[in-house]
Design a protein around this ligand. Structure first.
Ligand code: COA
Length: 179
């Protein structure tokens, strides 16, 4: 089993692996959960998403991590960091997806601050963003609750997109990643 990246009261975040595809498909295969994406994922798209994250762990030391409910050990979503190009600028995005039957329990808000700590403290980012469809009010609310501010609205991947941002002091010394 892959090492834990960080833990919160109810959650554990670890690198995802191909064995997580069925559990993640219960999240990303749901049309309501994916209403702001082009389509719900099928199994092949889910495998490609896991693969994209695994390549990101290798290349960058971060990605979206599997979100595990500690009480049951189930994978119930993901939360983490993703490298994104926005208007020719390389950004690091905080992302989150939670299985629909567990929405509204504060789980995304509980997990996301650990991603900010990782992005600022381990990766050494000075700015993190969230790229959110303006109509996606729950996601906007999570961004606000973790201290992000709406910077501007842009066209991204042919859709109107809110860029939420949070910055850290440029003088912060990044910690060394664990061996
Ligand atoms: C966004 C998402 C991860 C939030 O997960 P969650 O664990 O339910 O989030 P939380 O419970 O921590 O917080 C949700 C907040 O949104 C609010 N909210 C929920 N539905 C809302 C609505 N229709 N309008 C306004 N606010 C809403 C909740 O009240 C809560 O805010 P509050 O604590 O101030 O009341 C979840 O809705 C999800 O998986 N959505 C689909 C995937 C997605 O869009 N991901 C983001 C891509 S940018």
């Amino acid at each position: 089993m892959n090492a834990v990246v960080f833990e919160t009261k109810r959650l554990s975040l670890r690198q995802m692996t191909p064995s997580d595809v069925p559990a993640l498909l219960a999240v990303f295969g749901d049309a309501e959960t994916m209403r702001y994406y082009p389509a719900a994922f099928d199994e092949a798209r889910m495998r490609a998403w896991v693969d994209w994250n695994m390549r990101s762990y290798e290349a960058r030391g971060y990605g979206l991590w599997a979100m595990i409910l500690r009480a049951t050990g189930e994978v119930i979503g993901d939360c983490g960091l993703a490298s994104q190009q926005v208007g020719g600028i390389q950004e690091v995005e905080v992302g989150y997806h939670v299985r629909r039957d567990l929405w509204g329990q504060g789980l995304a808000t509980e997990a996301a601050p650990g991603c900010l700590d990782y992005g600022f403290g381990i990766v050494g980012c000075h700015r993190l963003v969230s790229l959110i469809n303006p109509l996606n009010l729950p996601s906007r609310r999570v961004a606000e609750k973790i201290g992000m501010k709406l910077q501007r609205e842009v066209e991204w991947k042919n859709k109107p997109t809110c860029i939420y941002e949070i910055k850290t002091s440029a003088t912060q010394n990044p910690k060394q990643p664990p061996p």
